[in-house]
Design a protein around this ligand. Structure first.
Ligand code: FAD
Ligand code: MG
Length: 353
């Protein structure tokens, strides 16, 4: 449907104990996956609910397809592309979902003092991501200044009454890549709950949300990958009913220019790809929040993130700085949910929130 720039099948967070068979040959967890949004989407249920999986997966697939059609900057017929084509000109009337995601994007841009910014697209493309020309040399300061002059969430004019949106500056582009997968996970979750589903997990390339219990009295267990050796995990997160998890990292989507690797997450305040962070994992009470915040906190790093974490209800974070030996910086409350792998117990440091 849309030209995937590069099919990335990131399995950033691992659903543990998936596919193991128990007793009577019934699987402990059953899962269906399908390609979506340039990556992989999936629904997982406990073996005891496997008979519901086809209907759940069908509903999920349909919902993700709808969301992708609306929210993708890569869909020329979608409302985001229409909005981007109108930059510097007239308003566009948004559908309720796109209005809601854009309003939430602007909210998290304000909460993160601009570290999360849905208008970072000209910068993202300047560095060669999402269809931007591959680069032999890094952008010059003048090129970065030019791209910065067509970015900035404060130039998005949104009228929630009339559902009209306008990008005030010519050349502005909205890119919901940092929040829309989480929003789609929440939309799927709401529909599955409305259908009567109680125990399931929705996953869109590592943006995940869990409900109920995989087996009686047990939480969902999500492995957090080691960004320096993605074949291993540094620990396990225990997610209980309704909780979500997202990870932003520098190890799946990056460009290499003159031998240096640049992450796909830009600091909209400077115009440069974020340096110094290898991965940030956020657990939160919904996937839109965890998705937007993992991107924002990846830009901010643990020190600058503290005020955002203090002001934001219902979220906790794990930071892995881009340096060795590996360190795991966690918010105090995360100690109740995060069990470090035995090799990484000494790497844990608790942030003074
Ligand atoms: P996150 O940290 O959640 O997001 C990083 C992404 O957000 C970056 O890739 C960039 O797009 C954007 N971004 C960068 N810096 C910032 C910042 N400071 N603030 C806010 N946003 C920032 N990929 C394909 O290859 N082909 C496709 O056809 C395709 N279609 C998509 C359709 C939709 C609706 C969505 C939501 C994504 C799609 N993607 C596609 C993936 C998208 O391009 C991003 O790479 C992906 O969403 C990154 O998610 P993440 O969890 O890895 O990182
Ligand atoms: Mg994100």
């Amino acid at each position: 449907m849309f030209r995937p720039i590069r099919t990335v099948w990131p399995i950033r967070a691992l659903i543990l104990a998936a596919g193991l068979t128990v007793g009577c040959g019934r699987r402990e967890l059953a899962r269906q996956t399908w390609p979506a949004m340039g990556t992989v989407a999936g629904v997982t249920v406990p073996g005891r609910a496997e008979n519901h999986l086809p209907a759940y997966a069908e509903l999920a697939r349909e919902t993700v397809r709808e969301m992708e059609g609306r929210l993708s900057q890569f869909n020329p017929d979608g409302v985001i592309s229409m909005l981007n084509r109108q930059a510097g000109g007239d308003s566009v009337v948004l559908d309720p979902d796109t209005l809601h995601v854009l309003a939430l994007s602007l909210h998290y841009a304000r909460v993160s003092r601009g570290a999360f910014d849905p208008t970072a697209s000209p910068l993202v493309r300047l560095w060669g991501f999402h269809g931007g020309a591959p680069r032999a040399t890094p952008p010059t300061p003048a090129e970065i200044r030019d791209a910065l002059s067509t970015a900035g969430y404060s130039h998005v004019v949104l009228n929630e009454e009339t559902r009209e949106a306008r990008l005030a500056l010519p050349g502005m582009k909205v890119d919901l890549g940092g929040i829309a997968k989480g929003y789609a996970v929440d939309a799927v979750s709401a529909k599955l709950k409305a259908m009567g589903a109680t125990d399931f997990m929705v996953n869109l390339a590592g943006d995940m949300r869990c409900f109920g219990e995989p087996s009686k009295g047990k939480p969902w267990r999500i492995g957090v990958r080691n960004p320096f050796n993605t074949a291993e995990i540094v620990g396990v997160l225990h997610l209980t009913d309704g909780w979500a998890v997202s990870t932003s990292g520098h190890y799946e989507r990056f460009v290499e220019i003159e031998g240096t690797r640049y992450a796909h997450i830009l600091d909209p305040r400077t115009g440069y790809p974020v340096a110094g962070m290898a991965g940030v994992t956020v657990v939160a009470t919904n996937a839109t929040l965890s998705d937007a915040l993992s991107t924002a906190l990846f830009v901010l790093g643990p020190d600058q993130a503290l005020s955002v974490l203090r002001e934001t209800e219902g979220c906790d974070a794990l930071f892995i700085p881009d340096r060795l030996p590996l360190e795991l910086w966690i918010t105090p409350e995360l100690q109740r949910r995060f069990v470090p792998d035995r090799d990484w117990v000494d790497a844990v440091r608790v942030l003074d929130l």
